[in-house]
Design a protein around this ligand. Structure first.
Ligand code: MN
Length: 252
């Protein structure tokens, strides 16, 4: 069937029907971002037409001001509406130009060495930020519990030792990048990646399934914390959504 779309809105409306939760405008679930079988492809009759913009900006799962005072409203607005939106837009451009057929973001990351740099940068940007929003919540923080707490204590000695090590990974990342807690071969590991790389990427030295990530790009903290990355990292612990981390941990 040949379908013509009169405009982008109509196109998006149609493709949204075929896009599995995880990338829709409202349904954001970090576990679907990580699952291998999530979002396999946009199955639509007219493949050529469909293949023009399958990625969409997920809505923030809370208000812009929800993470105040740890992360300020204006930073959240710009970070989500401008930075993340740009990754989505540029990823759509990049996959169209490179004629990449998969819309599975995890698969794109895992095979990123095959694709142009724009896919690595913007696919990573879209993936990382989509998860990042879910790793925080209003009234978050505190400590993990249950099996996740046991695993953290077992691997790092104590929750405080874990926090210290994760914070150090964020501080040690020179320039822009991310700090991560991952599960790798049944072990928890802490590390970092440059730019918008992530531990799923075949090009990454640090690998695993992300359980928690922290954006340490200056755009994530400069408005409120200026050059004081350490203060931003300290504040991050007040908003961590441990329920989400535990959910991801349970899935690996
Ligand atoms: Mn960012």
């Amino acid at each position: 069937m040949k379908v013509q779309y009169n405009n982008r809105r109509q196109f998006l409306k149609r493709t949204a029907l075929f896009t599995v939760a995880g990338f829709g405008a409202t349904a954001l679930s970090s576990s679907s971002l990580l699952a291998n079988d999530a979002v396999d492809s946009v199955t639509i009759d007219d493949h050529e037409t469909a293949f023009a913009g399958p990625f969409t900006l997920p809505a923030l799962p809370y208000d812009y001001a929800a993470l105040e005072p740890s992360i300020d409203k204006q930073t959240m607005q710009i970070h989500h509406d401008k930075h993340h939106q740009a990754y989505v837009d540029n990823l759509n451009k990049a996959v169209t130009e490179a004629k990449i057929e998969t819309t599975n973001l995890a698969d794109l990351c895992k095979n990123v060495s095959r694709y142009p740099a724009a896919v690595r940068n913007n696919g990573g940007g879209h993936y990382n930020h989509s998860l990042f929003w879910t790793w925080m919540k209003s009234g978050g923080g505190g400590t993990p519990s249950g099996k996740l707490a046991d695993a953290i204590n077992g691997q790092f000695g104590s929750f405080n030792d874990f926090k210290t090590k994760f914070s150090a990974a964020g501080m040690a990342r020179f320039g822009s990048g991310w700090a991560w807690l991952v599960a790798n071969n049944g072990k928890l590991e802490i590390g970092s990646t440059p730019n918008q790389d992530n531990p799923l990427m075949d090009v990454s030295d640090f690998k695993g399934t992300p359980l928690l990530g922290l954006d340490v790009w200056e755009h994530a903290y400069y408005l409120k914390y200026q050059n004081k990355r350490a203060d931003y990292i300290a504040a991050f612990w007040n908003v961590v959504n441990w329920d989400e981390v535990a959910k991801l941990f349970a899935a690996v």
